[in-house]
Ligand binder design. Sequence first.
Ligand SMILES: NC(=O)c1ccc[n+]([C@@H]2O[C@H](COP(=O)([O-])OP(=O)(O)OC[C@H]3O[C@@H](n4cnc5c(N)ncnc54)[C@H](OP(=O)(O)O)[C@@H]3O)[C@@H](O)[C@H]2O)c1
Length: 258
Amino acid sequence: MVISPPYRPLRGKTCLITGAAKRLGRASALALAQAGADIAITFRNSAREAQQTVVDLSSLGVRAFALRCDVTDQASVKSMMNEAGRQLGRIDILVNNAAIYQDVAFERITLRQWDDMFASNTRGPFLVSREALKWMRRRRPGAKRSKKLPEAKIINMGSLGGLRPWATHAHYCSSKAALHMLTKAMALALAPQIAVNAVAPGVIDLGEKSSFMKRIARRTPMQRNGTGDDVAAAVLFFATAPQFITGQILAVDGGWGL
Ligand SMILES: NC(=O)c1ccc[n+]([C@@H]2O[C@H](COP(=O)([O-])OP(=O)(O)OC[C@H]3O[C@@H](n4cnc5c(N)ncnc54)[C@H](OP(=O)(O)O)[C@@H]3O)[C@@H](O)[C@H]2O)c1
């Protein structure tokens, strides 16, 4: 658990998080729901896990629903966004979490693998963010017309691999480095109404009991692998942070990248 109820700093806020049926996206969605936000999650193939996550989110006393979306497909993003916006009324927080990951020796990376990696990990967050803007630039339903639009946040899930090179992940690392730069360019383009930041997880243990994980934990200054809660806490930090914090890439890696 990231925060203890009844502290609900996001009560009355709405959040859309992509690829959140399971793993880190689910952990972030649960943390945002615990903080009081209504949540729309998207899934591509994991329909069953998405439904379970919706049940778990709803049990925290917030409104939650799941929509299918392929972030590489413009038509799919547009139709998901129309439905998410219609149901939420406005989007306060967008978390671009959906991504793919592959371990391939450099000389074996195919053109298809390279393009798929960028389509999911870089173009996807661009497309979803662009389509979310009209819902982030809208007043809350029923709100009085005030001079200022409510503040909004975009949080991109980057990676330590976008900050440090990994030999057998050239396409993944490049796609996440590009996402980090997109985060900064969007922070400039969308200020002052929208703050844009990225969380860059290091090695996160989601139940894999491998010798690789143990080796990395030993080499990590904090002497352990990260957890879903560590990453969710960083997402929650940006979701609740002052709007003055924008364009930042926050490594959540126990010091491994130092
Ligand atoms: N896990 C780590 O150690 C780690 C480390 C560094 C960075 N990160 C980043 O943190 C985020 C979450 O990590 P994770 O390990 O939980 O991710 P993951 O399990 O690899 O992927 C999350 C979800 O992304 C969705 N997805 C993939 N391609 C999609 C597409 N084209 N359209 C829509 N959805 C798509 C999948 O949804 P469906 O299952 O519904 O198909 C998947 O469940 C990712 O951005 C990842 O790159 C993770």
